[in-house]
Design a protein around this ligand. Sequence first.
Ligand SMILES: [Zn+2]
Ligand SMILES: [Zn+2]
Length: 119
Amino acid sequence: MSPPTDDDFQRPIPTDPIDDTPTVSCSQCDDEWDLSHELDVLQLGNQSVEQFALDHHRHTGHFPDGATPWVATCQQCPDAEQFISETPARRWARTHTRHTRHDVELVHEDEVESVIASE
Ligand SMILES: [Zn+2]
Ligand SMILES: [Zn+2]
């Protein structure tokens, strides 16, 4: 008789499904992703959706569903950046105008806003 054993090892590892893992879908790719990689591996937390959208754009040339980019474009040099949220886009525009005295155009959906370098 073997001693009462190791049945414990047979138990499935409790996975505690985390239901709030954000998912992103893209109708152009007809695909959907959960962001556990961004959350767990890259430790991006709240920025995981934004990072995913930027990565998706970098690799496919388009943004996934629900991501409306903020595009900051310098009017005087080739500098331009895309952001998924307003705050970093505004920060980039302000910082750029501050350091270069260049005017920056901020485009979101169909709205265009100019960030003018202050004196
Ligand atoms: Zn896509
Ligand atoms: Zn510039």
